[in-house]
Design a protein around this ligand. Sequence first.
Ligand code: UDX
Ligand code: UDX
Length: 444
Amino acid sequence: MNLAIVGTGYVGLTTGTCFAEVGHNVVCVDNNEEKVKSLWQGKMPIYEPDLEEMIVSNVSAGRLRFTTDLVSAVKECEIIFIAVPTPPHEDGSVDLSYIEGVSREIANALSLDLEYRIIVDKSTVPVSTGSKVQQVIERYACKGVKVDVVSNPEFLREGSAVHDLMNPDRIVIGADSLQAMDMMKRVYQPFNAPIVEVDLASAELIKHAANSFLALKISYINAVSAVCEKAGADVELVAMGIGLDKRISRHFLNAGLGYGGSCFPKDVKGFINVAEQLGSPMEILKEVERVNAAQLERFLGRIRKKMWVLRNKRIAVWGIAFKQNTDDVRESVAVKLIKRLCDEGAIVTAYDPKASETGARALEGYNVTICDDMYECARGAEVLVVATEWKQFAMANLVKLREVVRLPIIFDGRNIIHGENAIHAGFEYHSVGRKNLYPSDKKM
Ligand code: UDX
Ligand code: UDX
């Protein structure tokens, strides 16, 4: 099938590439000329495992193209996916101006000589956005064009986006027309995944409700971690014990510094806002946000308590990205933590395997040195903080690390370093929701 994807970001680029991979002809449209030019030159705008190889092979097979020309894409493609940003406004409501703008551009490009077209919303949007897009099309397109609007939310996680897209748990298609539903099912037929066929509004709600539920799960275990710290229990054991119940599952029960990224914070806010607008407030999600913010504060409080004064303390931070396997720093808790440490006068160094450049931009104006090597970052540190769950931090050579730090104190905000190994290497080990470990605790 001929498919257009408007918005070539984390969502649009990976989605378009995976569609090409299964045999569709895909044109990725973006209004950023630079981005389109560099994609043609094989330069990746983002880091996402396996994506580059897949783009290169599909471009050379002629199934994947990039353009700024939305009008031609609408003429050539039977289905047009919208994957442009839906950022939050100050008050938490969702800024739908990019969606509205792209919908109008598509409407203007729809001429009577074109066959039936489907416009698919891939971006995360509040419920009833689809019907508003339909109204925009009706208002701006020539009378008589045959168009349906569909909601097809995306559930990919950054860092494993290609895998998630190629092996989805389910595909959600929200359509109020049979013809649209049938065509959408053909798009996804090669993926061999269960298809959830629902109405437009339900599909939109599934996305907000799913992301908010995952955020709720993380806040739940983080709230439990605070109790564990007081009670001297171990949140990892508690998570294992409750996660083995299939009704609960161990996934998304990792206690840490809280959730960040371009989705959970904005989607929880968006859902709170839309529920309020509809007169059915989701107070439970306000608590999810409160717990999320408190998690970083409690962790900072523990570092402060240990070090007494942070001013002029050398603090090394491992991790800048909002999670492992990505260069994305949007709403990264690691970035928030670094900013807070700088504000308190600490001398901060930071290291991230992929997010040095994006991190440097996000931390502009802050007195932080970004290092190319994790051990160099830790050299001379009085505290080492682990802020992102990168595997290479879990695998660190702790003996080598002990040789470079000034004081052997680790604060592991993601519970990924092996505590026993840390104390064997001579470190004090502080983590989330677990007892502090000291070298004197070590068992022979
Ligand atoms: C975005 C939204 O943030 C998310 O809510 C939604 O679910 C999917 O789209 P993401 O792909 O991470 O997620 O955004 P981003 O990486 O910022 O990419 C958006 C792209 O759209 C950019 O390349 C931008 O240049 C492009 N764009 C934006 C357009 O082509 N036209 C526009 O009008 C606006
Ligand atoms: C999320 C959803 O998982 C995905 O389905 C949706 O399409 C987009 O939003 P993403 O934001 O890319 O994906 O990453 P995710 O792996 O969900 O992590 C989000 C945040 O939660 C990260 O900051 C991560 O560190 C944190 N997290 C995740 C935890 O703190 N604990 C966990 O157990 C899992």
